[in-house]
Ligand binder design. Structure first.
Ligand SMILES: C[S@@+](CC[C@H](N)C(=O)[O-])C[C@H]1O[C@@H](n2cnc3c(N)ncnc32)[C@H](O)[C@@H]1O
Length: 436
């Protein structure tokens, strides 16, 4: 059986080794480890392998905290000591910038990291009746499969949500529509926890009673979602509590609905916003764009600095929410929001928004290629002099950064990782681009 030394991790947290010039992705292998492996998928340029024996283990290999680790697809790095996870993510960011963008950041920022457990304030769980596994299962999907993991706990979820997993199984199996309730979305706010039940059929009076009773007993709020995310409505209890998260440094409270996008890790988000604000260095009198602004996570802190903000976002619901949040925080005079599909941005559509001194870009995984291509393309419009780019995919960040640097004349002043999703392979990062 072949042996090899793991050189680094790929974007799915698989170890990388080489055999006769071929790349081998070794699942579960950690950098520096000497392992014996067997390949189970062979392609002309690479192979995928599993570990048969660890001959020399990494000093950063630890015992996974969760008994479901390895089966559940919710995370893939629990066997790797948390600060070593961050270092590996940092290396992945730097290697993407170099290999995909031929870029080296002027400065590597200290990683933003926090609690390794109990951080995940949003989650989408699947529910499925599986008789041969004893009934109702509620959890993330198993790794590389559409089966629902037999999940009894999850240390990445806040403790009170993890503790609900088994009671929820009993509740959902008692509902008359237990075969027509495929998903439970969890959203945790400052003062309440919401569970959104995706219902494919109407519930009956007995179901309503069971849900009310469960909500009272566990202090949660149920929403029902008969169709798409915007059809979700609050079912019980209809009290004063509302979902929100705080940005105490800026005296801001963002309200949200449980199916709307919010950053999953509220503690890290506070530090991320602070880092973005430091890099943006927003000043009174400036006009700043917040591209892919969502519900205004960055827009309102920018507005607090005295600058004027234009937030652009593709979801009309989020734009409406952003407007409500601006009003609730007394900032309507400094922010304007608009709906636009930024994947179809053109030099003309960008120019129509007017001049921006600075820009913050926080796109989904696909990145912002059309937007960055459109920057500074109009006669007499040089584009913003500073861009802060928050990314959840280092590959698209590197691609977009290459355009900003090699075509648009920006310098990549700095970049760093943000461990928004500990124990998973997701790499969140932040980069600063300056002109002149
Ligand atoms: C990573 S989130 C960032 C949201 C916000 N900045 C925050 O911190 O909460 C990306 C946002 O891009 C929006 N989005 C996705 N595709 C888009 C598109 N084609 N045009 C404009 N916005 C889009 C999503 O609705 C989402 O709000």
């Amino acid at each position: 059986m072949p042996t090899g030394i793991i050189e680094s991790l790929d974007h799915e947290a698989r170890g990388i080794t080489r055999l006769e010039g071929k790349t081998i992705f070794v699942e579960g292998g950690l950098p520096g480890e000497y392992v014996e492996y067997s390949c189970y998928r062979k392609k002309p340029t690479f192979e995928i392998a599993r570990i048969e024996r660890i001959i020399e283990a990494s000093a950063s290999r630890i015992e996974p905290k969760c008994p479901h680790f390895g089966v559940c697809g919710g995370c893939s790095m629990q066997h790797f000591e948390p600060s070593a996870q961050v270092a590996a993510k940092q290396r992945l960011l730097e290697s993407n910038l170099w290999h995909l963008g031929r870029l080296v950041a002027g400065q590597i920022y200290a990683p933003i990291q926090g609690m390794a457990w109990g951080y995940r304030f949003r989650a989408r769980l699947s529910a499925r009746m599986v008789q041969k596994k004893g009934g109702m299962l509620i959890g993330f999907h198993e790794r590389k499969s559409s089966y629902v993991a037999d999940m009894q706990q999850c240390p990445n979820l806040p403790r009170h949500v993890s503790d609900l997993l088994l009671p929820l199984r009993r509740l959902i199996s008692d509902l008359s529509i237990n075969a027509a309730m495929p998903q439970i979305e969890v959203a945790v706010g400052e003062t309440m926890t919401a569970l959104v039940l995706r219902i494919l059929e109407p519930i009956n009076a007995a179901d309503e009673g069971l849900l009310r009773d469960f909500a009272d007993r566990h202090g949660i709020v149920f929403y029902l979602q008969p169709k798409g995310p915007s059809s979700a409505f609050r079912f019980y209890p209809l009290d004063e509590r509302r979902l929100s998260y705080l940005l105490p440094d800026y005296g801001i409270e963002h309200g949200f609905s449980p199916t709307e996008f919010t950053q999953v890790n509220h503690a890290i988000n506070r530090v991320l916003v602070r880092r973005a604000m430091t890099l943006l260095d927003a000043r009174a009198g400036e006009r700043i764009a917040d591209m892919f602004c969502g519900l205004g996570n960055f827009s309102l802190p920018i507005a607090r600095s005295g600058a004027r903000v234009a937030g652009i976002e593709g979801s009309p619901e989020l734009v409406r929410r952003a407007g409500e949040n601006a009003a609730a925080n007394g900032l309507t005079d400094r922010v304007e929001y608009g709906v636009a599909n930024l994947f179809e941005a053109t030099p003309e559509s960008l120019a129509a928004l007017g001049h921006f001194d600075k820009m913050l870009i926080d796109p989904p995984r696909e990145g912002a290629v059309e937007l960055v291509k459109s920057i500074g393309e109009r006669e007499g419009e040089g584009g913003p002099r500073r861009i802060v780019y928050v990314s959840c995919n280092p590959a698209t960040l590197a691609r977009d950064a290459a355009i900003l640097v090699h075509q648009k004349g920006y310098g990549l002043s700095g970049a760093g990782v943000v461990n928004m999703f500990p124990n998973t392979s997701h790499v969140e990062s932040i980069a600063l681009f300056d002109k002149g």
